[in-house]
Design a protein around this ligand. Structure first.
Ligand SMILES: Nc1ncnc2c1ncn2[C@@H]1O[C@H](COP(=O)(O)OP(=O)(O)OP(=O)(O)O)[C@@H](O)[C@H]1O
Length: 254
């Protein structure tokens, strides 16, 4: 069982308020080493806000975020990323006219500026790192392809690769399968499981089939609060979760 002492990432009684609107009303979350935590919940539950607050993109009104025991509450996004928390957003943010390889090169830790990065000498260590990331995201064969030639799903994997290139200990993914085909969605689940061999991963997701594929522990948010957490089975059979979320998902899917 993960607790605040053993957690890599620990969120305590976190509150986020937007112009008087309480988006998070005191949320706790502990993420263990190499654990996958999946966050589900209805639209507006506060899922993205929670990830934003962790990485310093939403101002925390009260409560704390700890990374490896250090209080990182309201530190700058840049600082938090450098410490080891990588965040992928919903929309791809890649350089379409560059190759997959060069996109990953740009994302490597300690790299500054597009021109300088691409013109700088490619060391064996950097090349090895990029190849290992390409392998992780299933794009070894596409390393020299322009990102513009890739499918939507493959672009999302490049973005995940760009997060991995920064050597984070914790990877935060906001709806990584949005807009993907079923095959791409499944492949994304397998990529995430491989990432979790040596990273902690927090995933926001709506697709329950995908959640079942990757989930170890599920946290359910509702109206800015944690409704419950547990295994897939525990969450799926929880009457409160069925009422506020899963029932609605099943109706939407019908
Ligand atoms: N910058 C902001 N300013 C004002 N309100 C915001 C801001 N960001 C989020 N909110 C509000 O906070 C609430 C939580 O939003 P959030 O995006 O975290 O929900 P979510 O659970 O990720 O939903 P979805 O599944 O639709 O992405 C929503 O009511 C949203 O309108």
């Amino acid at each position: 069982m993960v607790n605040a002492e053993s957690a890599v990432l620990s969120v305590k009684d976190l509150k986020v308020v937007f112009s008087g609107f309480k988006a998070l009303k005191g949320v706790d979350l502990d993420v263990g080493t190499n654990e996958i935590v999946t966050i589900i919940g209805p639209n507006g539950a506060g899922k993205s806000t929670l990830l934003d607050a962790i990485v310093g993109k939403s101002p925390v009104a009260s409560g704390n975020v700890y990374y490896k025991g250090q209080d990182i509450t309201n530190k700058s996004s840049y600082h938090i990323a450098r410490m080891g928390i990588g965040r992928k957003f919903q929309n791809p943010n890649v350089y379409n006219e560059l190759s997959v390889f060069d996109n990953l090169l740009l994302a490597l830790k300690g790299t500054h500026g597009v021109f300088a990065s691409i013109k700088a000498k490619l060391t064996a260590a950097k090349k090895e790192k990029i190849i290992s990331v390409l392998d992780r995201i299933g794009l070894l064969e596409k390393g020299y392809s322009k990102v513009s030639s890739l499918s939507h799903g493959q672009k999302q994997w490049v973005e995940i690769g760009m997060v991995l290139a920064q050597d984070p200990a914790v990877v935060l993914l906001d709806e990584p399968t949005a807009g993907m085909t079923p095959d791409e969605t499944y492949a994304t689940g397998e990529i995430i499981k491989t990432i979790a061999i040596d990273h902690s991963v927090v995933v926001i997701e709506h697709d329950m089939e995908f959640v079942k594929q990757i989930a170890q522990r599920i946290v359910v948010l509702h109206q800015g609060e944690k409704l419950t957490e547990g295994s897939v089975g525990e969450v799926q059979s929880n009457p409160k979760v069925i009422e506020v979320y899963l029932g609605r998902e099943q109706i939407d899917a019908a």
